[in-house]
Unconditional design. Structure first.
Length: 91
């Protein structure tokens, strides 16, 4: 039992550290999930995973996408246009 808790603690700490290092995705996801309640990402974790996946693909401009989403003012159609502009396929 103690080993399991230690292992889970280590895994959780690793995930949190990885997310904390990726402030670009964190900023984007804070807007999409917390500010806009964007339905494509029901949780911060789903958004972080989608953003990290997009970053692993080609040359994804997270900062540009974030700026576009900020300008969308939580309008779903404008957010979708930002996603298409920055070629995000996870929505």
């Amino acid at each position: 039992m103690k080993i399991t808790l230690t292992l889970l603690s280590m895994l959780f700490t690793g995930c949190v550290s990885e997310r904390a290092e990726n402030t670009e995705c964190q900023n984007l996801c804070d807007i999409l999930v917390q500010d806009c309640a964007y339905s494509a990402y029901p949780t911060l974790t789903s958004c972080w995973e989608g953003c990290a996946f997009a970053q692993e693909q080609d040359e994804y401009d997270v900062d540009g996408h974030t700026t576009c989403v900020e300008g969308a003012n939580c309008d779903t159609f404008a957010i979708l246009e930002c996603s298409h502009e920055y070629e995000v396929e996870s929505e």
